[in-house]
Design a protein around this ligand. Structure first.
Ligand code: HEM
Length: 208
C-alpha cells in the first residue's frame, strides 16, 4: 500500500536519527577516542541506546492518543525494529569483546554476571516481537497478536532489572530511565489513556 509523503519523510528521519549514534560510536572507536576499552564502550552505549529506543517506541501510543495522528503507528514498528537491532548488536558486543567468542568461558561468566541471563530473556522477547511485527504475522496471529505484543512490558521490566543489576549503587542514570518507564506505564492506565485525546484537543484549541 502506498504511503503518504509525510509518513515517508518521518520514516526517513527515524532511519537517520537511529543511524547517527551508531555511526558516531563507530567513528569514536575508529579514531581511538573510545577510551581504553573500546569494546566495552560499544557494549554500554548500545545497551543504553537499546533502552532509550525501547522507551521511544513505548511513547508513541500515548502520543498517538494525544494527537490522533495515525502516522505514529507507522513509525512504531520501525522504532521497535531499531530497538531490537541495537539490543542484538549489544549482545554481539558482549560475545565478541567481553567473552572473546570463548564459548567454554560462557558458563563461568554467567555465574559472574547473572544479569546477562535477564538481558538474554529480554532479547528473546524483543526477537519474538520483531519477527511478528509484519502484516503477514499480524494476519496469521489474528486475535493473538495483541496479547503477544503486550510482552513488550515484560521486556521493559527485564531490561530495567538487567540495568539495575549492572549499576547497583550508582542509581542516578537508572532512576531517570525507570521514571520515564513508569510515566509511560501510567499513561496506559485506562483512566488516564481515555483522557489523552480530550487533553490533545484542549491543547490544540489553546494554541490556536
Ligand atoms: C543476550 C542479551 C544481553 C547480554 C549478553 C547483555 C550483556 C550486558 C553486559 C555484559 C552489560 C554490562 C557491561 C559492564 O558493565 O561491563 C550490560 C549492560 C547493559 N545492558 Fe545488556 N545485555 C543483554 C541484553 C540487553 C537488552 C535487551 C537491553 C536493552 C534493550 C540491554 C541494556 C543494557 C543496559 C542499559 C546496560 C547498562 C549500560 C551502562 O551501564 O551504561 N541489555 N549488558
Amino acid at each position: 500500500m502506498a504511503q503518504p509523503r509525510h509518513i515517508l519523510v518521518w520514516r526517513l528521519l527515524v532511519f537517520v536519527a537511529a543511524l547517527v549514534p551508531l555511526s558516531w560510536w563507530m567513528f569514536h572507536v575508529a579514531i581511538g577516542a573510545a577510551g581504553p576499552e573500546p569494546g566495552r564502550y560499544l557494549l554500554l552505549n548500545l545497551g543504553q541506546g537499546a533502552l532509550f529506543l525501547l522507551l521511544c517506541t513505548l511513547s508513541l501510543t500515548p502520543l498517538m492518543r494525544l494527537t490522533r495522528w495515525k502516522g505514529f503507528s507507522a513509525i512504531r514498528r520501525q522504532l521497535g525494529l531499531w530497538t531490537f537491532s541495537y539490543a542484538l548488536l549489544h549482545m554481539l558486543s558482549y560475545l565478541l569483546f567481553i567473552l572473546g567468542l570463548n564459548w567454554t568461558a560462557l558458563g563461568e561468566d554467567l555465574q559472574k554476571r547473572p544479569y546477562v541471563i535477564v538481558g538474554a530473556l529480554a532479547l528473546v522477547i524483543l526477537l519474538a516481537l520483531a519477527v511478528t511485527s509484519n502484516r503477514y504475522a499480524m494476519r496469521r496471529l489474528g486475535k493473538r497478536w495483541k496479547p503477544l505484543h503486550k510482552w513488550i512490558y515484560a521486556a521493559l521490566g527485564l531490561v530495567l532489572l538487567h540495568f539495575l543489576w549492572v549499576v547497583r549503587a550508582d542509581l542516578a542514570e537508572w532512576s531517570t530511565y525507570a521514571a520515564v518507564a513508569l510515566g509511560l506505564m501510567l499513561l496506559r492506565l485506562p483512566g488516564i489513556a481515555q483522557r489523552l485525546p480530550r487533553l490533545g484537543e484542549r491543547l490544540k484549541r489553546a494554541r490556536v
